[in-house]
Ligand binder design. Structure first.
Ligand code: KG4
Ligand code: ZN
Length: 354
């Protein structure tokens, strides 16, 4: 049976679409069943954070092994929780990239096996498209829209003229915002992942160390966080050299204010320039209280419709992969079973064809 013929078994008019989705691109093993790209029937996430904490970051080989340990059990569990039978499944979606190649591979092998065993088509899915479409699990997306993607590996501004079409208008030239958070957190003594700790102490501090803003060229939508990170390290070193105590909260607050101001300003400018109807925030750093509050206030003032996923859909999960894959399923755009993991998969190239 060809991929299209298999799709025919699930895509009859009016028949609901059930996508079994798998995500293993980094340190979370996740499996979900999503109905019509919007309704989450099951959403299982097994985090490896406790294992990686001891190393101060994700160890790729350890991540792959941990995925192997849990993926089969989680596939079973997600199917059972969803109440959907293998016959009813319309397609199997899996993160193809970007991510850690060994980690991606585990999810891909599991998804291919399920697709083959169930006789259903496969949809290789882009991880960042997943983060963006996490918004569709709780809101209606209106196009054209702009997505501000802020995660541990990505910081991007994406223009979407219509469903499934992605155009990158800005990206980080060095560190991703989550990566900068984790590095700053480590410098001020917090364990991995440090973002939530920096967020917390930044809120508690009444004092602030003023740090630079990296605006880059006036018309650029790109970002840069490595200079800011170096500025933080300089403040810490100079304070120590003077024999004074490092004020962790004041540094965290200064760092967060700098990051948030640049992200918010660039996103709002992009909204105006491209005449976008909605601003979609997504990725692990979308859980940041400072960023959520600043964006909310600014968008309210400017009359911009802001979509922010709830916390459970901000960090890596498989429901977002099922949501993103739905656009491809509707168009019958499936992936061959000889699909390979692609750590550098381009978001623009992953756009729907029609
Ligand atoms: O999207 P994600 O779960 O994984 C990637 O695909 O990268 O994002 C993880 C990143 C980590 O760097 C973590 O420190 C950061 O998101 N993060 C935060 C917060 N919660 C998670 N950063 C700042 N403030 C937070 N509250
Ligand atoms: Zn992610």
């Amino acid at each position: 049976m060809t991929q299209e013929e298999k799709a025919g078994t699930g895509s009859a008019p009016g028949k609901p679409c059930y996508i079994l989705a798998v995500e293993t691109s980094c340190d979370e093993t996740a499996v979900s069943v999503v109905k019509n790209g919007t309704e989450v029937l099951s959403n299982l996430i097994s985090s490896q954070i406790e294992t990686h904490k001891a190393f101060g970051g994700v160890v790729p080989e350890v991540a792959s092994r941990k995925h192997v340990e849990s993926i089969t059990y989680m596939l079973d569990e997600a199917m059972q929780t969803s109440g959907i039978t293998p016959r009813e499944i319309s397609a199997v979606a899996v993160t193809q990239g970007p991510g850690l190649v060994g980690a991606l591979l585990v999810g891909i092998v599991a998804a291919k096996s399920a697709a083959l065993a169930f006789g259903k088509p496969l949809i290789g899915t882009h991880h960042i498209a997943g983060h963006i479409y996490a918004n569709q699990l709780e809101h209606d997306i209106v196009y054209p829209c702009i997505a501000l993607v802020v995660s541990g590996g990505h910081t991007e501004l994406v223009l979407m003229e219509s469903e499934g079409h992605f155009q990158l208008i800005g990206r980080t030239r060095d560190d991703a915002v989550g990566e900068a958070y984790d590095k700053v957190a480590r410098a001020i003594g917090f364990p991995y992942p440090g973002g939530p700790h920096v967020d917390r102490v930044a809120h508690e501090s009444e004092e602030v160390v003023t740090l630079p803003r990296a605006w880059l060229e006036p018309d650029s939508y790109d970002f840069s966080f490595s200079g800011l990170k170096s500025a933080v390290l300089n403040v810490i070193n100079q304070t120590k050299m003077r024999g004074e105590t490092v004020h962790v909260g004041a540094i965290a607050r200064g760092f967060q204010e700098s990051v948030v101001e640049v992200l918010v300003e660039k996103a709002i400018r992009a909204m105006r320039e491209y005449g976008a109807k909605q601003l979609l925030l997504c990725g692990g750093v979308a859980a940041n209280r400072g960023l959520r509050t600043a964006l909310r206030e600014r968008c309210e003032r400017e009359g911009i419709d802001l979509l922010v996923p709830s916390m459970k859909y901000c960090t890596d999960n498989a429901a977002m992969i099922g949501a993103a894959a739905y656009a491809k399923w509707k168009r019958g755009e499936f992936t061959s079973l000889d699909m390979k993991a692609d750590p550098g998969l381009s978001l623009e190239e992953w756009s729907v064809q029609t």
